[in-house]
Write a protein of this length. Sequence first.
Lengths: 368, 72
Amino acid sequence: MIDLSKRRSPQLINELKRQIELLCQNEVILAYNRPLVIMEVCGTHTASIYRYGIKSILPKQLKLVSGPGCPVCVTTNDILEKALAVACCPEVIFTSFGDMMRVPAASGSLLQRKSEGADIRIVYSPLDALKIAAENPSKQVVFFAIGFETTAPTTAAAIEKAAEKQIKNFSVISVHKTMPEALKLLLPDSKVDGLLCPGHVAAVTGAAAFDFVASELGKASAVAGFEPADIMEAIIAILQSIISGRPVLVNSYPRFVKTEASSYAVAAMNRVFKPCDATWRGLGSIPASGLALREEFAAFDALKRFPEAAQVTGADNPACRCGSVLRGELDPGDCPLMGKVCTPASPAGACMVSGEGACAAYYKYRLK
Amino acid sequence: MCLAIPGEVVKIEDDSCFVDYGGVSREASTRLFPTVKVGDFVLVHAGFVIQIIDPEEAAELVKLSQEAGFRD
Ligand code: SF4
């Protein structure tokens, strides 16, 4: 079996910490005269960084900030209100990843609707949703498809399977998003000096899909794994790249990430989906950053099947600062609602709900 | 959400396989990676094999795990 606990060993962490401290004494880094900002854009990185206290062991010349990497967090209340409306149709069994259940929209959450009697079920895979559809032919089974390039191929595969097996009572609300266009919009005007690229997105897209961060945007970047040593090695690669004066992309996660894409997964995604404009919480509408079903698969579009629900609109809670948190501009601890009005038990925004949200991670590991 | 778990393929059946995660084995679809074989180390996300782990890297990881005193 594969066990990665060695990647958490205190000796290794101390050695990497020492290397980072040494690099931070380099004149190039000192010349910045301010902390270097390194952004992570994967919710699993955010969770690891807080869980292992990585921020607290880094020298003061480095600042880690979270970006728009948590799929639940970047899903807008507008789409959530549509999903809630679909979930309340009497003929619907609504299926969702568990993280989404407690996100509060103005009219409530999926969990609330479930407690009021709507048939809403947590699934771990879109195939679970498809199985429910096959077992309940008199019901309409809708899957709330969120996630980045890691997850979109799994929805695509489930849709292709539904088409093959003629399971016609299955459909999806596609809120899938892709990273590159969002990064191209966010990074140029940001204070970010280096980017930790999402390891499991890159496992599907290939590391080369993130080359543009260095070659087009001029930011040092490294594809990172999720153990503490993985993240620290990626930080070292970023620092070395900044010091060299020539920003490059380093694949610091070669055990799972290849340079080229996982061809079947990307092919499935491209057969079923096409790029579309998508609205991200905190970033607004970004051209070609979402995935819509292609014409051939339009029959599986839940929002076409439930046109009345698709008309429902919603707005983000103005008191919640998730948008600024997701742009890396606000530390979760600096939101006035943190821990007072907004807690995991009574969240005011999506970033407090998902285990990968920066606010939830801050609350769990820093406030408590 | 983008969490993906490594394990070893122990059985193949139609368009799915069984992946062992160190004692616990669960089914995963091979539709996104139809070329997997028994003995491959793979990365599983949302019920699908999404990537195969380079055999040399996998051997190295297994060795590290064994050195650390974990059961094969
Ligand atoms: S602490 Fe709560 S209210 Fe503040 S930004 Fe985070 S989720 Fe929103």
